[in-house]
Design a protein around this ligand. Structure first.
Ligand code: PRP
Ligand code: URA
Length: 209
C-alpha cells in the first residue's frame, strides 16, 4: 500500500497559487519551484536514517546523530524535475544526483525515454524522484519502472501538482512507493493537461513558451 501525502500547509498552498498565476514570470517561477520542493522535502525526508558521530562540545565528548547523504539519490525527471533539485539539495547537500530524461509525445501523451544516468550503488539508495507535474502518470510510472530495473527498492516520488488520474495510475503500478503531492487538482483536460494546473512546467521553468 502506497504512502500518500497531499500537503495542506499554508506556505505550500500560497506558493502553489503564485506558481499557477500566468503573470508569474520565469525568474519567480523558478524560485517558487525550489522553495516548494524544500518545504515538501522537509516532510518527505522525515524518516532519513541517522548515524551516530563522536563530537566534542565545549563541555564534554559525546555522540550525536547526523544524517548521511550516502544513502540518498536525488533523481529529477527531465526537464521540469530539474527545477526542484536545488530545493532538495538545500536539505541534503551531500546527496548524489541522477537524471532520467522523458518527454511526453504531444499526440499520444505517452512517455519516451531519451536519457538516463544514475549514481553508483543506486540499488542501495533511497531515490527521491522529482517531477513537478503528475498528469496521466505515464512519465512517473516509466521512471519508477526504470529505477526498479536498476535494482532500486526505495522510492519517494515528489510532485507539486497532481491530477487524480495520474495519482491513481502511479498507485496502481507502484503500490510500494511513497508519493508526496503539493496539491491534488481537479482533472485532466482533453490534451491531458492538469486543470486548473499551471500550464507546461518545463516551459515555464526554462522560458521556452
Ligand atoms: C511534463 C512533466 C512530466 C510529464 C507529466 O514533462 O514535467 O514529466 O509532462 O505528464 P504525464 O504524467 O502525463 O506523463 P514533458 O513531457 O512536457 O517534458 P519537459 O519536462 O521536457 O517539458
Ligand atoms: N505536463 C505539464 O507540464 N503540465 C501539465 O499540466 C501536464 C503535463
Amino acid at each position: 500500500m502506497s504512502k500518500i501525502v497531499v500537503f495542506d500547509h499554508p506556505l505550500i498552498q500560497h506558493k502553489i497559487t503564485l506558481l499557477r498565476d500566468c503573470t508569474t514570470g520565469t525568474r519567480d517561477f523558478r524560485i517558487l519551484i525550489e522553495e516548494i520542493a524544500t518545504l515538501m522535502g522537509y516532510e518527505a525526508l522525515r524518516d532519513l536514517p541517522l548515524e551516530m558521530k563522536e563530537i566534542k562540545t565545549p563541555i564534554e565528548n559525546t555522540t550525536a546523530p547526523v544524517i548521511t547523504g550516502k544513502t540518498i539519490a536525488v533523481v529529477p525527471i527531465l526537464r521540469a524535475g530539474l527545477g526542484m533539485v536545488k530545493g532538495i539539495l538545500a536539505l541534503v547537500p551531500t546527496a548524489k544526483v541522477g537524471h532520467i530524461g522523458l518527454y511526453r509525445d504531444p499526440e499520444t501523451h505517452t512517455p519516451h525515454e531519451y536519457y538516463a544516468k544514475l549514481p553508483e550503488n543506486i540499488e542501495e539508495r533511497t531515490v527521491i524522484l522529482l517531477d513537478p507535474m503528475l498528469a496521466t502518470g505515464g512519465s512517473a510510472v516509466a521512471a519508477v519502472d526504470y529505477l526498479k530495473k536498476q535494482g532500486v527498492k526505495s522510492v519517494k516520488f515528489m510532485s507539486i501538482i497532481a491530477a487524480p488520474e495520474g495519482l491513481a495510475a502511479l498507485i496502481q503500478a507502484h503500490p510500494d512507493i511513497e508519493i508526496y503531492c503539493g496539491h491534488l487538482d481537479e482533472k485532466l483536460n482533453e490534451n491531458k493537461y492538469i486543470v486548473p494546473g499551471l500550464g507546461d512546467a518545463g516551459d515555464r521553468i526554462f522560458g521556452t513558451m
